[in-house]
Design a protein around this ligand. Structure first.
Ligand code: 5GP
Ligand code: ZN
Length: 117
């Protein structure tokens, strides 16, 4: 069934507590934890508990949870005292997606280059 945990999914395992992560926020439907290989002073991933392969599929199936990724991302930035931040949804291997469980990267804590990449 759509949204069910996948045995071979890294972020499903982190959500279930089977793989440790530095969790910074948790709601009934989302989890925010620090990226293991940070690209900025603050680099947090916000994921739904439910498994969808990317953000678009999450939004199509559970739009309120997709919206919650954004409000939780803003809450992470507020918790960290960051005024400006960048949200990235890599979608597809060609765009750099390596974990196929929907997630948004929250990047900030230093001036970010202008532009998208
Ligand atoms: P993607 O490239 O799919 O958009 O992002 C996946 C992110 O997951 C990468 O930034 C990578 O550093 C992070 N990551 C991969 N394995 C782990 C892990 O075991 N724990 C944590 N906290 N992050 C991970
Ligand atoms: Zn998953």
């Amino acid at each position: 069934m759509a949204g069910e945990p996948q045995a071979d999914c890294l972020f499903c395992k982190i959500v279930a507590g089977g793989i440790p992560a530095t969790v910074v926020r948790r709601t009934e439907r989302t989890l925010a934890f620090r990226d293991i290989k940070p690209q900025a002073p603050t680099h947090v991933l916000v994921v739904p508990h439910a498994h969808y392969p990317n953000a678009a599929e999450l939004a199509a199936a559970e739009p309120q949870v997709a919206a919650e990724l954004l409000t939780e991302a803003a809450a992470v930035a507020a918790d960290e005292g960051i005024e400006a931040y960048r949200l990235i949804f890599n979608t597809g291997a060609g765009a750099g997606q390596t974990v196929f469980h929907a997630h948004v990267h929250v990047l900030g804590g230093r001036p970010l280059r202008e532009g998208m990449v």
